[in-house]
Design a binder for this molecule. Structure first.
Ligand SMILES: Cc1ncc(C[n+]2csc(CCOP(=O)(O)OP(=O)(O)O)c2C)c(N)n1
Ligand code: SF4
Ligand SMILES: [Mg+2]
Length: 297
């Protein structure tokens, strides 16, 4: 559970505003992305949310889109993302970020709109919004933090909790015979025609963090280029509710989460040779006359 927010005075090097551009000859102790405010993260030690917040901010800096980016914050441990990002932010009710993002993007198509959501938010209460925004092909960017648990509310079982995983509401382990199997969001959404790009990443090592940043950047670039709905799933840690040290949490993630949630690109219409999701959907339905009707228009 994040600590309550208190006003803090930051050391100078942390408030220095240089974005990701380091000038020649300059000595930089900490290059805080411009797209992050001065607010101090209230995430627990070893939590992946802080890493991903920073990566998203770096991407916003590098793409030069801070002035036209609108973020949708979720309900969950990242609820106060609206305090952390320098761009316009809207707080959505639990699970409703895709619906809010849809509204903003349709009214302001020139804005870059992203939803940032946990697994309870995106894959439980917000499943309908998630699936329908994806299948409608909303031109938004979704960042999905899968830590296999309800973090903020104290560690209840999530749709993504692993078989046999002990949580507050599955003290004997997740029993798939009674509560079913985990939802694999990247695999599920990649089957939908409205989706342009889905990749699953993690942040357990420098190499994986760099790969996660590349995926996030692509998901934002896709929106700028009008390619279509893009989602990056981040396999994440919650040391506090997993009851582990940060080190052990990353070990557990590698041993248990990654085999169940394999990393990789699940859909990329551009890599497949299409300009956007709509073009790929049309090609997929090439033998369906009614779906092809009017394609020359
Ligand atoms: C409509 C509604 N139902 C339930 C809650 C209680 N609630 C707050 S956060 C949360 C789960 C958060 O888990 P997740 O989305 O996985 O985010 P995390 O904290 O793990 O990052 C729940 C159930 C709520 N705020 N609103
Ligand atoms: S470690 Fe868990 S409880 Fe702590 S901020 Fe992260 S998701 Fe929330
Ligand atoms: Mg969670």
């Amino acid at each position: 559970m994040p600590a309550p927010k208190t006003p803090v005075t930051l050391p100078d090097y942390q408030v220095e505003r240089i974005g990701s551009q380091i000038k020649e000859g300059e000595t930089i102790k900490s290059a805080r992305p411009h797209a992050l405010t001065d607010a101090i993260f209230n995430y627990c030690p070893g939590c992946t949310h802080g890493i991903v917040n920073r990566l998203v901010a770096e991407v916003i800096d590098e793409l030069g889109i801070e002035g036209k980016t609108v973020g949708i914050a979720p309900v969950g441990c990242s609820v106060m993302a609206y305090d952390f990002f320098n761009c316009d932010m809207i707080e959505a009710a639990h699970g409703r970020a895709p619906a809010v993002a849809t509204g903003v993007k349709r009214v302001h198509p020139d804005n870059v709109v992203f939803a940032y959501q946990g697994d309870g938010d995106l894959a439980s209460i917000g499943t309908a919004e998630t699936v329908h925004a994806a299948t409608r092909g909303e031109k938004i960017t979704v960042i999905f933090i899968n830590n296999a648990i309800y973090g903020m509310t104290g560690g209840q079982m999530a749709p993504t909790s692993l078989p046999n995983q002990v949580t507050q509401t599955s003290p004997y382990g997740r029993d798939v015979a009674t509560v079913g199997y985990p939802v694999r969001i990247a695999e599920l959404l990649s089957t939908l025609d409205g989706v342009a790009y889905v990749e699953r990443v993690t942040c357990d090592s420098t190499a994986h963090i760099m790969a996660a940043k590349r995926a996030l950047k692509k998901a934002f670039q896709n929106q700028i280029d009008g390619v279509g709905y893009s989602l990056v799933e981040v396999v994440a840690t919650c040391p506090t509710n997993w009851g582990m040290s940060p080190h052990d949490a990353f070990e557990w993630l590698r041993e248990n989460m990654l085999p169940y949630y394999p990393l990789g690109v699940y859909k990329d219409v551009v890599a497949d040779g299409y300009a956007n999701a709509a073009e790929a959907a049309l090609a997929r339905a090439k033998d369906c006359p009614i779906a092809q009707k009017g394609k020359e228009a």
